[in-house]
Design a protein around this ligand. Sequence first.
Ligand code: CA
Length: 245
Amino acid sequence: MSITVLVVEDEPAIQELISYNLKNSGLTPVCATNAEQAAVMINNILPDLVLLDWMLPNSSGIEFARQLRRNTRTQTIPIIMLTAKVELEDKISGLEAGADDYITKPFSPRELIARIKAVLRRRVPEISDEIIEAGGLKIDPTQHRVFAFLDNNPSEPTEVKLGPTEFRLLHFLMAHKERVYTRTQLLDRIWGDHVFIEDRTVDVHIRRLRKVLEKIGKDDLVQTVRGTGYRFSSEYDASAEDRQL
Ligand code: CA
């Protein structure tokens, strides 16, 4: 699916640079040169993320961010502010206005894209909102619910209650089933790269997830691959060493 980023920037050269790099990364840019124009565009199509310059003609980026947060339709859109300002006070007023992140000018295109992707991962997990079924589990990202089809009652799925992190973990693993992910990869993909937490945190949440799945006899779907990491597999893996422990 296409991910749309609304770029609100009054300097044509910067707008062009951003636009070019977004396209190169598979994102779809739409551009506005001021807040009024951006408001009209948002009215038409809700973007997945807004990249918002702090210094805009007429109304400032901060004021526009506040407007977006006040409106029910736009209040959850992720916002990244582009700013030449680096002072702490500015950061605080930006955060209060509802920005998710900051990029200070001048920035490298790589950093820009990495920040955008990190915010999208953190704030828009529903970006892939298709229902996934595997190993007798069904995960519905839109409803944020998990169901299990149990042998004793296959026609009526039982809801499986998970904590938010366990949900994201299961969703990620099911979306990439049969593939092995290291703890570091899981941290980056599920927790985002702005958090500084230890690899062990992943183990803790894997344990919690397995504990819930154990109650319905499905804990062996989440497999440890010794020395590497974890995977979701609906094929029973008799050779998995940790299963024998
Ligand atoms: Ca500007």
